[in-house]
Design a protein around this ligand. Structure first.
Ligand code: SF4
Length: 373
């Protein structure tokens, strides 16, 4: 277990801290002690975030090194939050919450760990002489612009520290809260290479509400893609996961890719749903409740594994290639690792991609396994 040995009580000190003027969440009230988290300062709830408990921790480090054996296209990641109120049913990161003695279902959506000292810690880390300023990826495990960021405002400081130290970085998010930091990102892009990716794999708002209930609407995310373009920040799109029998029809793919092209997406990477342990159980229980007629088909398609059958992924790769070409969209891989298009290996969507965390996951150590949106 990554976090160990510390508990808190809803004592007078916590009440005082929660109500201190000038701190994020002066309206917060202490929540019952729940977790054995290292560095835990307090656990709080606030009326603005009904049903959510924030566990504020002092992290010892922020920069997370991805093992050299990983196939990921970056060596360093930052995840200021653990757990994610975007609550996507298929989320790969769900399993990581079990390392905190929390469950991979509702707890992942509502028991959020916040590294409240993230900016101070990063400030020290990027000033070390040994820091060689490699690319740093944000949004690889949980979403840095989930709703909690509106309360804690960690990202502006993180962006400043990275850009100020000459460290190139990329951000992948579903959160339209990123628009708040557009001026800062635009300024950062004059100092270092900055990649921005938006995760959007379906444009049907009714389905999005069922599958990704805490996320901004598809229309809001398309608008964000437009705003990024207007701000001069090219925006790649991660159209994952494509959901068999739910979002993989020609009509759905044509509508999605057409909407992305119309919004000005500079490129798109897409692929089928992966069902890793942790996400798999959660997905099947959702499917049984929402689309029981599909349960047998999914079981046959995925068997006991993580990936859809080769026949299916080959078929889907062909459809994705067709619709990407039809709408004049290139690859988005370069936006997530700050490389020119020419450096991105040619490959069909649906094949193994540089940014395909599921393919690389076996080489990554828990709990901060990079995960895609
Ligand atoms: S897939 Fe991404 S946005 Fe969705 S719950 Fe997981 S971390 Fe959050």
């Amino acid at each position: 277990m990554r976090w160990d040995g510390q508990t808190i009580a809803a004592d007078a000190a916590a009440v005082e801290a929660a109500r201190s003027p000038g701190r994020a969440g002066a309206d917060a009230v202490p929540a019952p002690a729940l977790l054995p988290l290292a560095g835990l300062q307090r656990s709080v709830r606030t009326p603005e975030f009904a049903g959510i408990t924030f566990h504020e921790v002092h992290a010892k480090s922020l920069l997370n090194h991805v093992p050299a054996t990983s196939a990921m296209p970056f060596a360093w990641t930052i995840n200021p939050y653990r757990g994610c109120s975007h609550a996507c049913v298929y989320c790969f990161a769900r399993k990581t919450h079990t390392y905190l003695d929390l469950d991979a279902g509702p707890d992942f959506d509502s028991q959020l760990v916040v590294k409240v000292n993230a900016v101070e810690v990063l400030h020290a880390e990027v000033r070390r002489r040994s820091w060689a300023r490699p690319h740093v990826a944000l949004g690889t495990n949980t979403d840095p612009y989930q709703r909690a960021e509106g309360r804690y405002r960690l990202m502006p400081g993180i962006i400043r520290e990275l850009a100020g130290s000459g460290t190139p970085f990329s951000i992948l998010t579903k959160g339209t809260l990123l628009a708040r930091d557009l001026p800062l990102l635009t300024a950062a892009a004059t100092d270092v290479p900055v990649g921005v990716g938006i995760s959007l794999a379906m444009v049907d708002p009714a389905l999005q509400r069922r599958v990704e209930p805490g996320t901004p609407t598809p229309a809001a995310r398309l608008d964000l893609i437009r705003r990024l373009g207007d701000a001069g920040l090219p925006c790649g799109v991660m159209a994952m996961p494509i959901l068999p029998w739910l979002t993989d029809t020609d009509e759905a793919l044509d509508t999605l890719f057409g909407a992305l092209a119309a919004a000005g997406a500079s490129g798109v990477t897409a692929g089928a749903l992966h069902l890793r342990p942790g996400a798999r159980e959660w997905w099947f229980s959702w499917l049984a409740a929402e689309h029981p007629q599909l349960v047998g088909r999914y079981r046959r398609l995925y068997g006991n594994g993580t990936y859809a059958s080769k026949d299916y992924t080959t078929w889907l790769a062909g459809r994705l290639r067709y619709f990407r070409r039809r709408h004049g969209l290139g690859s988005s891989a370069r936006f997530f690792r700050n490389e020119p298009e020419s450096a991105v290996a040619a490959g069909a969507d649906g094949d193994r991609r540089p940014h395909d965390a599921a393919s690389a996951s076996s080489a990554l150590s828990a709990p901060e396994q990079p995960v895609l949106f």
